[in-house]
Write a protein that binds this ligand. Structure first.
Ligand code: CMP
Length: 139
C-alpha cells in the first residue's frame, strides 16, 4: 500500500559543514511536512545494519565509516507521493549528475559523501522510520 511518508537523513558531511538549516529549508519549501526529527549518531553496527543491502558492494566499508563518523539529522517527511517527490528533490546519487535546484547539487561533495538520504520505496521508508523513531516520536 502506498503511503505519504518518506524517511531522510542529513548525513555527517552536511552536518559538519553547517548545512542543517539550509537543507531543512529546501525540504519545507519543497512542500514536505516534518512529522519526526532528531539529531543523533549511528554506531558502526547501526550503519552496518542500515546499509546491509549494500554489504557486497566495494564501497560498503567506506559507507559505514562515513555514516557513523559524526551526528546526522534523521527525519520523517509527509507529502502526497512523498518517496518519489523527495528523491526528485534530493537529486542523483552522484552530485555531478544531480539536476539544478536539487539538494545534492547544492550541498553534496561526492558520490559517497552526498549530503542526504531518501528512502527508495514505501516499504523501506516504513522500515527506516521504525529503525530511528518510536511510535510516540512520530506525529
Ligand atoms: P544513498 O543512495 O543515500 O544510499 C547508499 C549510499 O551509498 C549512497 O547514498 C552513497 O552515500 C553511497 N554510495 C553509492 N555509490 C557509491 C560509490 N560508488 N562510492 C562510494 N559510496 C557510494
Amino acid at each position: 500500500m502506498a503511503t505519504n511518508r518518506t524517511f531522510t537523513m542529513i548525513k555527517p558531511d552536511a552536518v559538519e559543514a553547517g548545512h542543517i538549516g539550509g537543507i531543512i529549508n529546501m525540504i519545507t519549501e519543497g512542500g514536505f511536512k516534518i512529522v519526526a526529527m532528531k539529531l543523533t549518531q549511528l554506531t558502526v553496527r547501526d550503519a552496518q545494519k542500515f546499509y546491509e543491502v549494500h554489504k557486497e558492494r566495494p564501497f560498503y566499508g567506506e559507507l559505514v565509516e562515513f555514516m557513523s563518523r559524526g551526528p546526522i539529522v534523521a527525519a520523517i517527511l509527509e507529502k502526497e507521493n512523498a518517496v518519489e517527490d523527495f528523491r526528485k528533490l534530493i537529486g542523483a546519487t552522484n552530485p555531478a549528475e544531480a539536476a539544478e535546484g536539487t539538494i545534492r547539487k547544492k550541498y553534496a561533495k561526492s558520490i559517497g559523501e552526498n549530503a542526504v538520504h531518501g528512502s527508495d520505496s514505501d516499504e523501506n521508508a516504513a522500515i527506516e522510520s521504525a529503525f530511528h523513531f518510536a511510535g510516540r516520536e512520530q506525529f
